[in-house]
Design a protein around this ligand. Structure first.
Ligand SMILES: C[S@@+](CC[C@H](N)C(=O)[O-])C[C@H]1O[C@@H](n2cnc3c(N)ncnc32)[C@H](O)[C@@H]1O
Length: 286
């Protein structure tokens, strides 16, 4: 396990993923009944943007750095408010110095009755994650394999909520593990919402992944794609994807407001594009 999210925290892919997560949490809050979020690959939860890792790549500047300077439509700004509130809560002095990871963003948005399970396998990263949430009875941190949790920890006793699966993609076979893990999880908890992150880098692998998802027999799958630049010949990390299973009914229309605004803020060339496509179930009107 060599992957360190500290190099990438706050980049364009984190922004898209975390904005989508925030909309899922906000939807679940429309009913009083408690819910649980399960983050199977949680990372450390809070990233110092002045660290050597973050400075080395500077990726956050093309993500949250650009978004914070963007002139957003009023409608998009309202939908982004929970996410941006979580980012600013991690930066109480006002200037952007830190970036919250998925567990901290979710935690910021929970109500007293809601819960978060944050899972991380890397021992050092787990130590940081545990420290961040020490004494917080709404958050359960676990040092274990997130893929196993997809079986053993579902369904949660609340029977409401969502599962984020955000693996590092440092090993071959990660796309297959995502499809298998989703199929297993969905058998145990068909009513759960799932968000699966993937990189748009190796286009052939992405096409195979999408084809496999069309065949997996799960009724409602929406694929969010956000590419910040034209596909590079050498297959660089030019875009990001998020597969959402059982998206709430408002999710697609909210993303149709949000994504064009994010694209204006984060797109890097004229080929930058976004899309929302049903891989199974409801179909987007032409
Ligand atoms: C992309 S990062 C997670 C970022 C985080 N979800 C966020 O949005 O802030 C992937 C994380 O998964 C961890 N990891 C790798 N293999 C794992 C496994 N089998 N189970 C749980 N965590 C794992 C890595 O150590 C890394 O911290």
């Amino acid at each position: 396990m060599n992957y360190r999210h500290a190099y990438h925290a706050g980049n364009f892919a984190d922004v898209v993923k975390h904005v989508a997560l925030s909309r899922l949490v906000e939807y679940l809050k429309l009913k009083d009944k408690a819910f649980r979020v399960i983050d199977t690959h949680a990372g450390i939860g809070l990233y110092d943007l002045s660290s050597e890792e973050a400075q080395k790549t500077g990726e956050w500047r093309g993500g949250i750095g650009r978004l914070l300077r963007a002139d957003l439509s009023a409608e998009a700004r309202e939908l982004l408010a929970p996410y941006l509130g979580a980012v600013m809560a991690a930066n109480p002095a006002g200037a952007i110095e830190s970036y919250p990871g998925s567990p901290l963003i979710v935690r910021h948005l929970l109500r007293p009755q809601d819960r978060l399970s944050a899972i991380e396998l890397h021992p050092q990263d787990f130590g940081r994650l545990r420290g961040l949430f020490a004494g917080d009875f709404q958050v359960r941190t676990m040092e274990l394999d997130g893929w196993l949790a997809l079986g053993a920890h579902l369904p949660p006793k609340e029977k409401r909520g969502f599962v984020l699966v955000d693996p590092p993609f440092e090993q071959a076979g990660e796309f297959d593990r995502l499809v298998d893990g989703l199929a297993r999880a969905h058998r145990r908890w068909p009513g759960g919402i799932y968000a699966l992150w993937y990189p748009v880098k190796n286009r052939a692998a992405v096409a195979e992944f999408r084809a496999a998802l069309r065949q997996v027999g799960i009724p409602k799958i929406l694929d969010v794609v956000f590419e910040v630049r034209a596909a590079s010949a050498e297959g660089l990390f030019d875009g990001t994807g998020l597969v959402v299973v059982n998206p709430p009914f408002v999710f697609e229309s909210e993303m149709r407001v949000i994504l064009p605004e994010l694209m204006k803020a984060l797109g890097e060339d004229a080929k930058a594009r976004w899309s929302l496509e049903w891989l199974a179930g409801e179909h987007t009107p032409a």
